[in-house]
Write a protein that binds this ligand. Structure first.
Ligand SMILES: [Cu+2]
Length: 164
């Protein structure tokens, strides 16, 4: 008997219990679109979350979440990269203090994920591809970001609110 034949179904059966996600809990499904205006467009800069006086409409790429809120509990993000030519991703960040910007490494043009409250991600999706992330969220303010170099500063983030 191949031990792997037992181990895999067992792991799948136990998966819902990991992280304390109750099977019967009500859950919210959020559709997330990763969009951009095409690789020919010059990327915007200086549009990181929390920067005063920025014009969100000047973003050349972004993230749209519908709905942009959920009740505390299990939330599934169904993420689609709607770009025609650029890899994007979605990382979920918990904002301990929404008035503060995320820790940003200017030289890398990326958010410091380890310091920023990373709660999970759908990493690098090719154009047209989809992925999903299911997490158990407490009430608070979250940020969905793309952390491909330069994309966060180009405006690729949106807030997501979880209510009690
Ligand atoms: Cu991106």
């Amino acid at each position: 008997m191949d031990a792997r034949r037992i181990a895999l179904p067992l792991a799948v059966a136990l998966l819902p219990f990991l992280g304390g996600i109750p099977l019967a809990a009500a859950s919210t499904v959020v559709s997330v679109s990763l969009w951009d205006k095409g690789a020919a467009m010059e990327m915007s800069t200086g549009l990181t979350y929390g920067t005063p006086g920025i014009d969100p409409d000047s973003a050349t790429m972004g993230i749209k979440a519908a709905p942009a809120t959920a009740k505390a509990g299990v939330v599934t993000f169904k993420v689609k990269n709607d770009s025609k030519d650029t890899i994007h991703e979605m990382i979920l960040m918990y904002l301990a203090d929404p008035s503060q910007p995320l820790p940003y490494v200017e030289g890398d043009k990326r958010v410091d994920e380890d310091k920023a409250g990373d709660k999970g991600e759908v990493s690098e999706l090719d154009p047209g591809k989809s992925g999903s992330l299911t997490v158990n969220l407490k009430a608070g303010t979250y940020l969905l970001i793309c952390n491909v170099a330069g994309h966060f500063a180009a405006g690729m983030w949106t807030t997501f609110t979880v209510t009690p």
